[in-house]
Write a protein that binds this ligand. Structure first.
Ligand SMILES: [Zn+2]
Length: 184
């Protein structure tokens, strides 16, 4: 397997998420994704600590991720902005992101505390979506400048990129080095 710098601030690293067996398509996707992450990093003005990138099917299943997750194709990353709240970061970045350049920016302020950013989804046609998690597999559309809806409020958007169980994810992410790590 290969590890190393993908873009100036993002690199791949060996871990247990299955990167060693990742197909060429996933490697190509991850390169494109890192370029989108670079834009988000620059707009936010802070480093992004990536907690999850590519996931093999086995790893994704182990953390309870959706079977259609874009993590499976190296097309999505989860990260925590360093030194600012998720809300402040999202308000800095979301208004200026080109909607054609990404699939979904999903904010998890009430559980994992991270953001999920993906490439445009060729299969579903999804792009430019801003969502916030408001319940278990329930998401609401989010508009920059608006407060995040409270946990438990009806979002009424069930979508295919559901993350795994929050606590399991967090535990594993702390124990296992992430596949794409933001260089600080
Ligand atoms: Zn994710």
């Amino acid at each position: 397997m290969s590890t190393g710098l993908v873009t100036p601030h993002f690199y791949t690293a060996s871990d247990h998420s299955g990167w060693a067996g990742a197909p060429p398509e996933a490697r190509a996707n991850l390169t494109s994704l890192a370029q989108v992450l670079e834009v988000a990093r620059a707009r936010g003005g802070v480093p992004l600590r990536v907690t999850s990138g590519y996931r093999s099917r086995a790893y994704n299943a182990a953390v309870g991720g959706s079977s259609t997750s874009q993590h499976l194709t190296g097309s999505a990353a989860d990260f925590v902005p360093v030194g600012v709240s998720l809300a402040e970061w999202a308000n800095r970045v979301a208004p200026s992101l080109d909607p054609a350049s990404f699939g979904q920016l999903i904010l998890y302020p009430w559980t994992q505390g991270h953001a999920h950013l993906s490439l445009p989804n060729r299969a579903s046609g999804r792009r430019g979506e801003l969502l916030v998690e408001v319940g278990r597999n329930d998401y609401a559309a989010w508009t920059p400048g608006r407060p995040f809806p409270a946990w438990g409020s009806a979002g009424n958007i069930v979508q295919s990129e559901r993350e795994g169980a929050a606590q399991v994810d967090l535990l594993l992410f702390m124990l296992i080095a992430a596949i794409v790590i933001a260089a600080i």
